[in-house]
Design a binder for this molecule. Structure first.
Ligand SMILES: [Zn+2]
Length: 98
């Protein structure tokens, strides 16, 4: 799932903690470039907000992180943009356009 201006990296296939979706590539939503520990990403299936751990595997945000994120206007806008792109890609996939 590549978001605009975001770098997607290929990783070993693994399950997401939110809904169990299998992913083999990741990108972050908050900053440019490759994802790093503490960066935020979004599940393309259930739209759950996830955080990259030190091992670059996605984990659920802590209660403290969730509280910080909910007050971050810039992050809310980025997540809205992420949701919009995911919806767009889902619509394209449904239509077989890819
Ligand atoms: Zn999910």
């Amino acid at each position: 799932m590549a978001l605009t201006n975001k770098e997607t990296i290929v990783v070993v296939a693994h399950l997401l903690p939110c809904c169990g979706m299998v992913v083999d590539r990741v990108s972050q939503v908050k900053n440019e470039g490759k994802p790093g520990p503490g960066d935020i990403t979004l599940c393309s299936r259930c739209h759950f907000l996830l955080v990259f751990g030190d091992d670059l595997l996605e984990r659920l945000p802590t209660a403290e992180e969730t509280a910080v994120f909910s007050h971050d206007q810039n992050l809310r806008e980025l997540l809205a943009e992420g949701h919009r792109i995911i919806e767009e890609q889902a619509t394209r996939t449904e239509r077989g356009l890819r």
